[in-house]
Design a protein around this ligand. Structure first.
Ligand SMILES: [Cu+2]
Length: 125
């Protein structure tokens, strides 16, 4: 027979595990894990894509990336696409970039329908 203290400890562990599972569900929204180019990076005019890896699979129809120059003009060549072989990766092809500062704005809709957004800059020298 289990000692009352042992039983109590098992119950606490079980409750803790449930709380953790709940927290993970709540955190199912997609957040970036890797940005290319990285935030704040200085790159050359050879930079012709922006690639963002997320920690959760994306809903391609509702997820997007836009890249604008210092004047606010979009420099994407076509609509951003989620990699067919990797649902956590979204990328966009860019026009040939001139020197200057660029802003990347992303919208990620995870498979659970939750939407996250963010933006960052990089510089072309
Ligand atoms: Cu979510």
């Amino acid at each position: 027979m289990m000692k009352p203290t042992t039983l109590l400890r098992s119950l606490r562990l079980a409750t803790g595990a449930l709380a953790l599972a709940g927290a993970q569900l709540a955190w199912a929204h997609a957040h970036p894990t890797h940005l290319q180019p990285p935030a704040g990076a200085t790159v050359t005019t050879a930079q012709n894509t922006v690639v963002i890896d997320f920690d959760d699979a994306l809903e391609p129809a509702f997820s997007s990336i836009d890249v604008t120059d210092a004047a606010g003009k979009s420099v994407i060549r076509e609509k951003a696409a989620v990699d067919p072989g990797n649902g956590k990766r979204m990328s966009v092809a860019l026009d040939t970039l001139a020197a200057g500062k660029y802003t990347v704005k992303w919208i990620a809709v995870a498979a659970d329908g939750h939407r996250t957004t963010g933006h960052y800059s990089f510089t072309v020298k």
